[in-house]
Design a protein around this ligand. Structure first.
Ligand code: PLP
Length: 452
């Protein structure tokens, strides 16, 4: 008898959620309203897909965060991270709540100015600040957070040329026990580079060192990482007093607090694992108040929280285009919203709810977007009630990064509406049309005509 070829053993996943003899209660309850507004009315009036932002949730979340810090630390200021969501209406909600602006490009800087944020309330971060960007930021007395030595030398040069003394902070990166370390931005703490940067600023006398900044990463599930970060910045601040008699105005601890979204591959839901604002505030404030910084000179604490403030306030509404079976029998549902609008579906298991009452039966379903592109998957496998063509869905917690990283690919971007405190609906960004896109294009004369 011939020996059979070896086949390695495989473990096959049991498919949960198949309807049994008596059906199965669906765990996915319909979401029929956002605030007090019916989802069906929103789609009837504004089309599908549709982004919806709840002003109430924005303000409530902001106030929770502010309370968590202000009850623990004497001087606190938030600066809204523009890249997280820079729709003007969203920025203005945060500015009305007292947030400064935190920007990472010349474009975002202009956006903040255009909204009426005064230069001295704009924090200019990031590795890409042009010579002209810096000149403008210096003239406006903005807070320039230096990312690398080349930027520092450019600032020296401008200072010599113009006789101005730019207000600067250095961005510091450090080991906080969370890996991989974000060491590509700013000056490293452990290898002495941060001190090298500080010493150059202090000995040159060309720049006014107003603060110390760090941004240790994003979606940080460890509040303790912030305790370490805050104590390292506090140590630099103490060192500045000892060595130069220099008291800085502020410590900026950056953003990165986790939202309640569930990361792909996570065992537990984000709602159960993400620290809340109190946890982060406790870690950060205790590190600073228990440092050697003199109680008479406590620095202002700045926070650049982005996703944790805006994720919950954003919804994406969509419609089922079709259902089909994949070759292995798996159920597939195709929506009119794909990764073009939901960039974060590469990282998160987004919560998708039907927007109308549904059957009690559920089945493991792959949720696709409408693009002609294989990677257009919103959920690989989600136990979903059986949705029909034309049914609407509500995708929750999508307020962060999607309305800035969305792609104009294959189709145009849809409307964005905001529901205000009185449940009134405001269009805050129009749907793009063919003319919107074509208005930027130019066709050379010799390419204008053709005959088929
Ligand atoms: C992106 C960014 C933020 C906001 O980060 P979140 O993770 O959204 O809180 C804050 N500060 C800087 C410097 C950033 O680049």
């Amino acid at each position: 008898m011939e020996k059979l070829p070896f086949e390695r053993p495989v473990i096959k996943k049991l498919k949960a959620g198949m309807p049994g003899k008596f059906g199965m209660k669906t765990g996915v309850a319909p979401v029929t309203h956002i605030d007090q507004v019916a989802v069906s009315d929103l789609i009837a009036e504004h089309g599908s897909p549709l982004f919806v932002i709840s002003e109430n949730t924005l303000r409530r979340t902001f106030r929770e965060a502010k309370r968590a810090f202000e009850t623990r630390y004497p001087k606190v200021r938030f600066a809204w991270s523009y890249k997280t969501n820079y729709l003007n209406a969203v920025c203005n909600v945060f500015h009305q709540e007292g947030s400064w602006a935190e920007v990472v490009s010349g474009f975002e800087y202009e956006k903040a100015l255009a909204l009426g944020v005064e230069g001295q309330h704009i924090i200019f971060n990031g590795p890409d600040k042009s010579y002209d960007d810096l000149i403008r930021a210096i003239e406006n007395r903005s807070l320039i957070h230096i990312d690398h030595f080349d930027e520092m030398y450019m600032l020296h040069e401008i200072s010599v040329k113009t006789g101005s003394k730019p207000r600067v902070a250095i961005r510091v990166n450090m080991d906080t026990g969370v890996y991989p370390m974000w060491d590509r931005f700013g000056f490293n703490y452990e290898n002495g580079e941060a001190w090298d940067a500080i010493n150059r600023i202090m000995t040159s006398g060309k720049l006014e060192l107003t603060g110390l900044h760090t941004h240790i990463g994003t979606y940080m599930l460890s509040a303790d990482a912030y305790r370490i970060a805050a104590s390292k910045l506090a140590e630099l601040a103490e060192g500045l007093v000892r060595r130069y008699g220099k008291t800085i105005d502020y410590i900026d601890i950056g953003g990165g607090f986790a939202s309640k979204n569930t990361l792909k591959g996570a065992y537990y839901a984000g709602t159960d694992t993400a620290p809340d604002f109190d946890d982060y505030a406790e870690a950060i404030s205790s590190a600073i108040v228990n440092s050697q910084i003199s109680p008479d000179n406590m620095p202002l604490l700045i926070l650049e929280t982005g996703r944790a403030l805006v994720d919950d306030a954003g919804y994406l509404l969509g419609t089922v285009i079709a259902n089909k079976r994949l070759s292995d029998g798996r159920r597939a549902t195709i929506l009119d919203t794909g990764v073009n609008l939901l960039f974060t579906s590469f990282w998160y298991e987004h919560q998708i709810n039907p927007a109308q009452p549904v059957s009690d039966h559920t089945e493991e379903t792959t949720i696709y977007g409408p693009l002609c592109m294989n990677i257009d998957v919103i959920r690989e496998a989600s136990v979903m009630p059986l949705l029909k063509k034309g049914d609407n869905v509500v995708i929750s917690r999508i307020g962060a990064y999607n309305m800035t990283q969305w792609m104009q690919f294959i189709t145009t971007r849809p409307r964005v509406v905001m529901i205000d405190a009185e449940n009134k609906i405001h269009v805050i960004r129009e749907k793009e049309k063919l003319e919107t896109i074509n208005s930027l294009e130019r066709v050379p004369e010799h390419l204008k005509k053709f005959k088929l």
